[in-house]
Design a protein around this ligand. Structure first.
Ligand SMILES: [Zn+2]
Length: 167
């Protein structure tokens, strides 16, 4: 009995170890865009999943970044892709973080959105397709654009300059 139990234990342990190695290798090679909805559901919180994968919108004036003024860059909360710089963030009064331009034009994709019975342009992360918000034509110069983004779709990375200042 004891011998059998020991063997079973060893088999179970090695299966777990092999499984972990496989997972790590797969994660490294996997493109973010190839994740299934089930995988996103597991990785994201319920709120993040609703906004990023189901085009939800957080309530205005509730997000962690609408009134946030630190210097740095804003990343996609789902995959870490760089999206916006704090230098292009401004207070639009809308209750959502607003930017007048992306950190690089290729980092954000635009899609036509006719939900809610109006024509809007949805903005998504170009790396993982995660929903960020919408872009409107009532922004400040130099672009005249307003990238209206859900805080939930964003992570913040302080700039290296502000890190140096802290040291
Ligand atoms: Zn992303």
């Amino acid at each position: 009995m004891r011998k059998t139990t020991l063997i079973l234990l060893l088999v179970t342990m090695s299966t777990i170890l092999v499984g972990q190695n496989l997972n790590t290798t797969m994660d490294k090679n996997k493109k973010e865009t190839s994740k299934t909805e089930d995988q996103w559901k597991q990785e994201l919180t319920t709120e993040e999943y609703q906004v990023l994968r189901q085009c939800g919108t957080e309530q205005p004036f509730t997000g962690k970044y609408y009134d946030f003024k630190e210097k740095g860059s804003y990343l996609c909360a789902a995959c870490g892709h760089e999206l916006f710089s704090s230098s292009t963030k401004y207070d639009s009064g809308s209750g959502w973080p607003s930017f007048y331009q992306p950190i690089e034009s290729g980092n954000i994709d635009e899609k036509r959105d006719t939900n809610l019975g109006m024509e809007r342009i949805e903005i998504v992360c170009s790396n993982c397709g995660g929903h960020l918000g919408h872009v409107f034509n009532d922004g400040p110069q130099p672009t005249g654009l307003r990238y209206c983004v859900n805080s939930i779709s964003l992570d913040f990375k302080p700039s290296s300059n502000s890190l140096k200042e802290l040291k």
